[in-house]
Design a protein around this ligand. Sequence first.
Ligand code: ZN
Length: 270
Amino acid sequence: MRYLLDKFYNKIIIKGTLVGLSAIHIGTGQEGYSPQDVDNGIIRNGITGEPFIPGSSLKGMLRTYCESLLPSIDRKYENCCIVTENPCLEKRDDKARYTEDKDKIVEQTVRQIKDKFKDNPKRLGEVLYDNVCPICRVFGSQAMASKIQINDAPIKGKYIIEKRYGVAIDRDSGTAAFTKNYNFECISAGAEFDFCMTINNIEDDYKEVVEICLNYLKSGEVKIGGRKSIGLGAIQLKNVECYQITKENLRQYAREGLKDEMRDEACLKS
Ligand SMILES: [Zn+2]
C-alpha cells in the first residue's frame, strides 16, 4: 500500500496542550541559544508579540527521535536515513559524495528520476516514493512532501517571562570567563501552548510512526529549544484529542469542519 498526496485517503488531526514542565528558551533565529549574544530573547509572534513554539522545532525534534529509534525497532526501518547526514536519495557508492555538496547529489538523483519519468507524473511520484526511506515518506524530504504537519504552537492563558543569568565559559581554558556574563529570557515553567498536528494519507504500515511520536510527546521526556543541558525546555503533551477524517465523513468535514463525532482515539492502531 502506497498513498501519495495527489488524492485524499485519510486525515488524522491530533490536538492537545503542550505544558512546560520546566522553563523554556527557544531563541530567535536559530531556535537555539548562543552564549555569544549578550541578550538572548525568545522567539515571538511578529504581530502579537506573544511567545510560541515553532512547529518546525517540534517536527525536527520528532524526526530526530524517529531516526535514532526506529532502525532498532523493526527491520523495515533498517535503511532509514539521517536526513542531515546521508539523505536516502544520495547515491551511496558515489565517491563524489565525500567531496561534493550532499544536497547537490540528492538534487542530481532526483533530476535523473524526473527526467526518466517526465511523461508520466503519476509513475514519477511512485518511483520517488519507493526510493526514499520510511522516515522520509512520513516526514518528507527534498524530493517528497511531508505527510506530517505541525502548526506553530501559540502560548495560551497566563505566563511569566523570566530572565536568567549565566556565566560564559572560556573555551580555551574551560573556566568561567567572569567578564562575559550573559542573560537570557525564558518562559517560566507551567506555560501552556496549543498543539495541533495534521497527518495526511498515512498508510496503516506507518501509523505506528505517528503513534511513537505521540507517545514521546506525552512521555514528559521531550526537551525543546536551548539550554537543555541545565534542564530547560521540558514539555509534555496533555489533553490529547485524536480525530480521523475518512472518505465516509469527508463531506461533513469539508462543509462543517472538525466535529466531535470525528473523534477517534484508536485511529493510530492499525
Ligand atoms: Zn530518508
